[in-house]
Design a protein around this ligand. Structure first.
Ligand code: LIP
Length: 264
C-alpha cells in the first residue's frame, strides 16, 4: 500500500500532538500514587493504570483520526497491517512506577511493515524526539546526529536486560562489553536509550531480545541520525521481537562482533 507524502505528514503532526498529550497524562496520573495501581506481568515486568490509560488514549485518537489504520500496543496487543501504529504507552514502566524520570511514550507508524515515522516523548524533560524517514531526526528543534566514536576507549553503551534470555546470558553480554573496554549503563528504557544514541550521548544501545513497541520509533531516530542498526524487523520482528543493536557507525561493526548481534 502506498501513502502520499502529505498523508504521512499529517500523521506526523498527529503523532507529535498525541505524544505530548500522552506525556501530560502520564505525569498527571503519577501525581496521585493512590490512583496508580501496579500489576506484575512477570518478573521485573509491570503494568500500571497509567500504561493502560495512555494506550487507551492512543487507540481512541487513532481510531478517530485514521480509522483505516491498525494499532499494535504493548498492553492491548494487535495484529500487523499495511498502515500500522506500533506503540509503547509508557516505556520504562519500572522507572515510572518508582517516581524516576527515565520513562517515555514511544509511537511509531509503519507503511507495509517499514517504519516511516518515530516519535518519542520524554515527559520528565519536556523533550519530544521525532524522525520521519528521509527527513532527519530531531529533539524539539535540534537536529540530531550520532556520535563520532571510533574505538572502545570512550564507548558508552546503554544495555537493556531482557527476561527472555535469563540472568546468565544478560550478564555474559555485559561482561563481553566490559572486557572489550566499553562502559555500560542500564537505564531501563530502550526508547530513551535509542533517542540518546541518536543524540550522540550514548554510542550504542543493545539488548538480547526486545519488543517492537519498545524500539521501532527509536530505531528510525538512530537511522535518520546517521547510525547503524541490526535488522530488527527480520523474521516477523514486529510481532515476535528480536535482538537489538543500534550504534554510531565508527563502533558498530566491533560492537556487533562483541555482542553477537548482526547489523543490517
Ligand atoms: C522496557 C524496555 C527496556 C527493557 C525492559 C522493558 P517497558 O519496556 O524499554 O529497555 O530492558 O525489559 O522491556 O516494559 O518498560 O515498556
Amino acid at each position: 500500500m502506498s501513502l502520499s507524502e502529505n498523508a504521512i505528514g499529517r500523521r506526523l503532526d498527529f503523532a507529535l500532538a498525541l505524544a505530548r498529550d500522552c506525556g501530560t497524562l502520564a505525569l498527571d496520573l503519577r501525581r496521585d500514587p493512590a490512583r496508580l495501581s501496579i500489576q506484575a506481568k512477570g518478573q521485573r515486568d509491570f503494568v500500571t493504570a497509567a500504561d493502560l490509560a495512555v494506550e487507551r488514549l492512543i487507540r481512541e485518537r487513532v481510531a478517530a483520526a485514521f480509522p483505516e489504520d491498525k494499532v499494535l500496543g504493548e498492553e492491548g496487543g494487535g495484529e500487523a497491517g499495511p498502515l500500522l501504529w506500533v506503540v509503547d504507552p509508557i516505556d520504562g514502566t519500572t522507572n515510572y512506577s518508582h517516581g524516576l524520570p527515565g520513562f517515555a511514550v514511544s509511537i511509531a507508524f509503519c507503511v507495509d511493515g517499514r517504519p516511516e515515522l518515530g516519535v518519542i516523548a520524554e515527559p520528565s524533560a519536556g523533550a519530544l524526539y521525532r524522525a520521519r524517514r528521509g527527513h532527519g531526526a530531531f529533539c524539539n528543534a535540534q537536529a540530531l546526529h550520532v556520535s563520532d566514536a571510533t574505538g572502545f576507549e570512550r564507548c558508552l553503551v546503554d544495555f537493556g536486560y531482557t527476561e527472555k534470555r535469563g540472568t546468565e546470558a544478560n550478564l555474559d553480554l555485559q561482561r563481553r562489553l566490559l572486557d572489550a573496554g566499553c562502559d555500560v549503563r542500564q537505564n531501563g528504557s530502550a526508547a530513551l536509550g535509542l533517542a540518546r544514541v541518536a543524540a550522540g550521548a550514548f554510542d550504542a544501545y543493545c539488548e538480547l531480545h526486545i519488543n517492537s513497541w519498545d524500539v521501532l520509533a527509536g530505531l528510525l531516530l538512530v537511522e535518520e541520525a546517521g547510525g547503524r542498526t541490526s535488522d530488527f524487523l527480520a523474521g516477523d520482528g514486529v510481532l515476535r521481537g528480536n535482538p537489538l543493536l543500534a550504534a554510531a557507525p565508527g563502533v558498530a561493526d566491533k560492537l556487533a562482533s562483541v555482542a553477537g548481534i548482526a547489523l543490517s
